[in-house]
Design a protein around this ligand. Structure first.
Ligand code: KG4
Ligand code: ZN
Length: 336
């Protein structure tokens, strides 16, 4: 522990994961995540239950992250927290905690945008060169982001309706799986035929996406098939998952390749919960080979929501002197 070490306590609470991390000079010392199992049986995140679970989890998770890092709270340099976007009740828990903690210890406070943090997760273990192009795919967002520097980012295109993760989760729900269904679809897809069933997709302008059509076409397809054979889903589960996953990945990769070509960028990554998908990870590696890209694929623990990515973003904001005061409030929707 050096006297001029920059030790950042980071807090993430935007949706259904309560997470805390300690980052020293841009290196992760600890990263703890409390996942909320309570939502599984409801088929989606129940906001009020998420807020209550955050209240229960936040103190033990922060405590664990501090103990595990070996950094004493008096050795902290700053506190970073997710300010937006997300579920407002969930954001409130993390932001109130961070503000109180920073005030009690007289530490500077850093507000972090969750989507910017998903992109900067790539800089935890790696250092993509700029300009860097990132496809961020989560339960709430689908974006192609152009990064000119750590803190200079531009959203080139995003979804006009459902997010890619939402499409995975909603199809999984139709197939009788618990929330979040994305990882289960991924697992089953590995044993299925991706070309067995075709689902139409909507052509969107430039780098925009639309996933609500896929969801509806799967719904109508399943209704029609179940009329013929009530056991259709059970008999064809792996092929349905593989075909849906193939369709979603094709839409994502087509736009990403187009953007990279148009911008002349060869440093390309994926981020967000859906970047844990094995099919998407492979599709990026294949596209990298085809196009001569250097590809960036996050470790699994940095794909889904985590505080380490809030910490790395906090670190870069600290270096840039971007602090916030105690009047800061969380925001459910905010662009950056
Ligand atoms: O980034 P994230 O943890 O939370 C949000 O900010 O939304 O992303 C969660 C989303 C969920 O929709 C979940 O089903 C999806 O990521 N997901 C996956 C996989 N792992 C997580 N989707 C497809 N395949 C996976 N392996
Ligand atoms: Zn996220």
């Amino acid at each position: 522990m050096q006297q001029n070490d920059i030790n950042i306590l980071a807090i993430e609470s935007s949706c259904d994961e309560t997470s805390a991390a300690v980052i020293q000079n841009g290196r992760v010392l600890s990263n703890h995540i409390a996942t909320q199992k309570v939502h599984e049986r409801y088929g989606g995140v129940v906001p009020e239950m998420a807020s209550r679970a955050h209240i229960q989890n936040i103190v033990p998770v922060v405590d664990l992250a501090l103990k595990d890092s070996g950094v004493n709270k008096n050795e902290l340099t700053a506190v970073a927290f997710t300010q937006a976007p997300g579920l407002i009740g969930s954001l409130l828990v993390g932001s109130c905690f961070a503000k109180s903690f920073a005030q009690a210890l007289k530490l500077p406070l850093i507000a972090v945008h969750h989507m910017q943090a998903h992109v900067l997760a790539h800089f935890i273990d790696d250092q993509p060169e700029f300009p860097f192009l990132c496809l961020t795919v989560s339960g709430g967002h689908t974006q192609i982001v152009l990064c000119r520097s750590h803190l200079d980012m531009e959203v080139l295109g995003e979804t006009m309706d459902d997010a890619a993760g939402e499409a995975f989760d909603k199809v999984a729900k139709m197939l009788g799986m618990p929330y979040p269904g994305g990882p289960l679809v991924d697992k089953l897809a590995a044993q299925g035929d991706p070309l067995r069933f075709r689902f139409p997709t909507k052509e969107m302008k430039e780098y925009s996406f639309s996933f609500s059509g896929i969801k509806t076409s799967v719904l109508y397809f399943l209704q029609a098939q179940k009329k013929e054979d009530p056991d259709f889903v059970e008999k064809n589960l792996a092929d349905i998952c593989a075909s849906v996953q193939y369709t979603i990945i094709k839409v994502l990769m087509t736009k990403l390749e187009r953007a990279a070509k148009d911008m002349g960028i060869n440093q390309v990554g994926i981020a967000g919960g859906v970047s844990a998908n094995s099919g998407l990870r492979q599709a990026l590696r294949d596209a990298g080979k085809r196009n001569g890209w250097k590809v960036f694929i996050p470790k699994f623990e940095y794909c889904t929501d985590n505080a380490a990515m809030i910490g790395i973003t906090g670190y870069h904001k600290y270096l840039a002197g971007q602090f916030t005061d105690l009047s800061v409030v969380p925001s459910a929707r905010a662009s950056w």
